[in-house]
Design a protein around this ligand. Structure first.
Ligand SMILES: [Zn+2]
Length: 172
């Protein structure tokens, strides 16, 4: 960051008064730029003993499998953001949401907030950021082609610890 977004004056990088870490500060109007983590919202959708995964059509992770998720927008709740992403990526309407995973990635300043939702049917469609989408049985997850550590963590948490995966529908 070189110039102030408020007055276009050159920016300095220093610790503000009564603060404890470096920030970008405008030397003219004293604007302080606080750089905080981005929130990514998403949904782990399941129907009976299957999870709906989508294959990424964009980098990072082109061609790898993920769950519907994306950056939260400024004018929405986390639930609305998660529902929006699920509709955009796989055309599903998610009603009741259960907060299932909060996952911090401090090295890249991101926080994932992922919800679990039970789908009413196997209906889905494929959005523009998705190459393909598919229901996977709990024991047929493509573990070698999962996009991100947070997706792997969430799938493992669901499959290993969530009560419905121990249900009689779970065929091994
Ligand atoms: Zn300024």
């Amino acid at each position: 960051m070189k110039y102030c977004p408020m007055c276009a004056h050159p920016i300095t990088y220093q610790i503000p008064l009564n603060d404890n870490r470096h920030r970008f500060i405008c030397s003219k109007c004293q604007y302080i730029h606080y750089d905080n983590p981005k929130i990514i919202v998403g949904i782990l959708p399941y129907y009976k003993n299957q999870i709906l995964l989508c294959q990424r059509a964009i980098d990072p992770g082109y061609g790898l499998w993920t769950i519907p998720s994306g950056f939260m927008e400024c004018d929405e709740t986390v639930e609305d953001g998660a529902r929006r992403e699920a509709f955009e990526e796989v055309g599903i309407h998610c009603e009741s949401l259960y907060l299932f995973v909060i996952y911090s990635l401090p090295k890249i300043s991101q926080v994932y907030m992922l919800f679990l939702t039970e789908l009413p049917s196997e209906d889905y469609s494929i959005g523009t950021e998705t190459l393909d989408a598919q229901f996977y049985m709990f024991d047929k997850i493509p573990w070698n082609h999962i996009a991100f550590s947070v997706v792997r963590f969430s799938l493992e948490k669901f499959i290993n610890h969530y009560p419905i995966t121990k249900h009689k529908l779970f065929i091994r």
